[in-house]
Design a protein around this ligand. Structure first.
Ligand code: S3P
Length: 440
């Protein structure tokens, strides 16, 4: 068998400059396909992320009878089939690397009249699914997993779901969204209480489609019986992708970049809050509302950073940005301490271990703990990094090269296409000396 790997070879130094538009927000793009498919009428989406993860969601709905064409230049037309119009797919749904597709679809599929199987790649096949299957079972769903509670999942259709009042043991937007999608089909009311605020794109988008969602403090509820009315969606650029360039511009002397049309939903801006506390120079311009989501142009200029103790309440608000925040910490003066982030161990890779290994490989003192990391800022030399097929690890170490002394080679980078298909091009345009090497 041929094993195809993609490496990034990133030469040291450089600075970031210019005006850049990041690809569309991954979380919002997934939800646009899901809710658009369930709506009555035709939903038009622009700014859609044409990454492997969101295309996996799109393909799943096409397999269930929604005639969505492949997007062109971020534009997608979704002819909605209504809440009860999905059809049984002819084979198992393959969701690649995408945890969001699998966890959100689990809730939606639990409410259908037909059964489905869902699987994914090696990384997704290791990820914990009991966090969704347990509460869905309480609602009356019948779902089979492996003995370890991992995919593939077999969801038996035709079950009568009951609304529940569920307090989430973890701050997870995927779990919350999964339960709301099941709640669209469950008798009575489905309420979810969050231990801490998590991204609220599902609630905002449901409201945009005309579905009533009520929030009282940390408790959010919806009732069966509503309808989704098709709408137009303008997906903002993904702050999680912008984060790489925010850190890059902060750490590379002489940098000055403007990132256009970035989503700044307060449940996603932990990276801005954390970097500012470390001394970053980040300014928001032209703040506006785009279809219920706040958006801004973000200007970042280089600035000396210092280590901090990262506030716990920022953790869920920056959950996907820690790989690159760790790079900021490696370039900061003094020590940075992260706690309360055990969720990082069950992302696309174990991001605590994989980042600690990578930082040590380039000469930084990084001590992993069960739920975080302690990083002592210092000088990075070059080295070889294994990204373990995790897109955000690969991109984080690309940014690190801006401050390294020698070349950084990053292995197993093909999955960057899951969230940021034009990363290499944009990184080159912005001023990073990155070359792609494919080996067969
Ligand atoms: C996401 C929620 C987060 C995040 C993931 C996308 C979403 O996961 O890490 O990349 O779109 O709801 P958790 O809900 O597991 O924290």
């Amino acid at each position: 068998m041929n094993i195809s790997t993609t490496q990034f070879i990133v030469n040291p130094g450089g600075k970031l400059h210019g005006t850049l538009r990041m690809p569309g927000d991954k979380s919002i793009s997934h939800r646009a396909i899901m809710l658009g498919a369930l709506a009555e009428g035709t939903t038009q989406v622009k700014g859609f992320l044409e990454g492997e993860d969101t295309l996996a969601t799109l393909a799943a709905f096409r397999a269930m009878g929604v005639s969505i064409d492949r997007p062109t230049h971020g534009q997608v037309t979704i002819p909605g089939v209504g809440l009860h119009g999905l059809q049984v797919p002819s084979k198992p749904l393959y969701l690649g690397n995408s945890g969001t597709s699998m966890r959100l679809l689990s809730g939606l599929m639990a409410g259908q009249a037909f059964s489905v199987e869902m699987g994914g790649d090696a990384s997704l096949s290791r990820r914990p699914m009991r966090r969704v299957t347990e509460p869905l079972t309480l609602m009356g769903a019948r779902i089979e997993t492996t003995e370890q509670g991992t995919p593939p999942l077999k969801i038996h259709g035709g079950q009568r779901l009951q609304g529940i009042n569920y307090t989430m043991p973890i701050a997870s937007a995927q779990l919350k969204s999964c339960l709301f999608l099941a709640g669209l089909y469950a008798e009575g009311t489905t309420c979810v209480t969050e231990p801490a605020p998590t991204r609220d794109h599902t609630e905002r988008m449901l409201a945009g489609f005309g579905y009533t969602v009520k929030r009282e403090g940390q408790r959010i509820c919806l009732q069966r019986g509503g309808k989704l009315q098709a709408m137009s969606i303008d997906v903002p650029a993904d702050i999680s992708s912008a984060a790489f360039f925010m850190v890059g511009a902060s750490i590379a002397q002489g940098s000055d970049i403007l990132l256009k049309h970035v989503g700044i939903n307060p449940t996603r801006t932990g990276v801005i809050n954390i970097l500012r506390q470390m001394g970053a120079d980040i300014r928001l311009h032209n703040q506006r509302d785009v279809g219920g989501e706040p958006v801004a142009d973000i200007r970042v200029c280089a600035s000396p950073l210092h280590g901090i103790k990262i506030p716990q309440e920022q953790v869920p608000l920056a959950i996907d940005e820690f790989p690159v925040i760790f790079i900021a910490a490696a370039c900061a003066e003094g020590k940075t301490v992260l706690t309360g982030a055990q969720e990082l161990r069950v992302k696309e890779s174990d991001r605590i271990q994989v980042m600690a290994d990578g930082l040590q490989a380039v000469g930084i003192e990084a001590e992993p703990t069960p739920e975080g990391m302690v990083i002592q800022g210092g000088q990075m030399h070059g080295g070889i990094i294994n990204s373990h097929g995790d897109h955000r690890i690969a991109m984080a170490f690309t940014i690190a090269a801006l401050r390294a002394k020698e070349t950084i080679t990053i292995r197993d980078c093909a999955n960057v296409a899951t969230s940021f298909p034009n990363f290499v091009d944009l990184a080159q345009v912005a001023g990073i000396d990155i070359n792609l090497k494919s080996q067969v």
